[in-house]
Design a protein around this ligand. Structure first.
Ligand code: NAD
Length: 249
């Protein structure tokens, strides 16, 4: 514990699921955490559970204006960012013939533009030795029916991880990607499938998963805390896959 003592961490999508579990872990490791999300109520509820070392700032990562405001507030309050977890994302699933232009654009606006400009806006505040972690997914490496656009957004995020690592390493900033497999979070209630279809999809994925179960958000948080810490000082451009063996076995 205390591997992130007094580090200033910003987590987008920190009010729920993987982002929230990571915020809890970061606080337990001694960090000061800023979490963002779109829903004020959810954000307040999350901050209330994070003791006094957390601040919630409402905002939408697909809006440049919101990102500018977010980092202006972080600058004013903390003056720097040591750890950036660009994690906010959505996943409406749909078979290829049912995807609308609006769905396509919204997915890319949040999952791709949102991640890219989160990093760009944070850049002036990122200290030497800072760690940036981006949330991709195993879907960037394998085909799952109904996830064509979502998977493409995550492949883009995985690509950012490589290129930004090459570009920012000379400034002492490490950039890495975490790729979760099937993780039990509220995400699955928002993919646009019925409960039965979500359950069937989950069963299918678990059958292909050597560890034979879905993951917990805390298990992704542990990987992110590692990447954020000095223990990962020799990690740059990596894709840390936490999926119970789904992709590689
Ligand atoms: P979640 O729905 O529990 O959390 C998503 C968070 O992102 C919420 O806090 C939400 O408010 C925030 N968010 C969504 N759109 C936003 C926007 N436009 N601006 C700001 N915040 C926004 O889901 P989760 O499972 O914790 O997902 C976190 C990340 O993990 C996502 O990028 C998701 O694609 C990825 N992921 C999830 C799984 C899984 O099985 N749950 C697997 C692989 C990757």
């Amino acid at each position: 514990m205390n591997k992130l003592q007094d580090k200033i961490a910003v987590i987008t999508g920190g009010s729920s699921g993987i982002g929230f579990a990571t915020a809890k872990r970061f606080v337990a490791e001694g960090a000061e955490v800023v979490i963002t999300g779109r829903d004020e109520k959810a954000l307040d509820a999350a901050v209330a559970q994070l003791e006094s070392r957390a601040t919630g700032i409402r905002g939408d990562v697909s809006s440049r204006e919101h990102l500018e405001l977010l980092f202006a507030q972080v600058r004013e309050r903390f003056g720097r960012v040591d750890v950036l977890f660009a994690n906010a994302g959505i996943a409406p699933f749909a078979p290829v013939e049912a995807v609308t232009e609006e769905q396509f654009d919204t997915l890319f606006d949040i999952n791709v533009r949102g991640v890219f400009f989160t990093v760009q806006e944070a850049l002036p505040l990122l200290s030497r030795g800072a760690s940036v972690i981006l949330t991709a997914s195993v879907v960037a490496q394998s085909g799952f029916p109904g996830t064509s656009v979502y998977s493409a957004t995550k492949a883009a995020v995985r690509s950012f991880g490589r290129t930004l690592a090459a570009e920012l390493s000379p400034r002492g900033i490490r950039v890495n990607v975490v790729s979760p497999g099937l993780i039990e979070t509220p995400f699955w209630g928002k993919v646009g499938l019925s409960k039965d279809d979500v359950a069937a999809f989950g069963e299918q994925v678990v059958r292909r998963t050597p560890l034979g179960r879905p993951g917990k958000p805390e298990e992704i948080a542990a990987a992110v805390a590692f990447l954020a810490s000095d223990d990962a000082n020799y990690f740059a451009g990596a894709d840390v896959v936490a999926d119970g063996g789904l992709i590689h076995v």
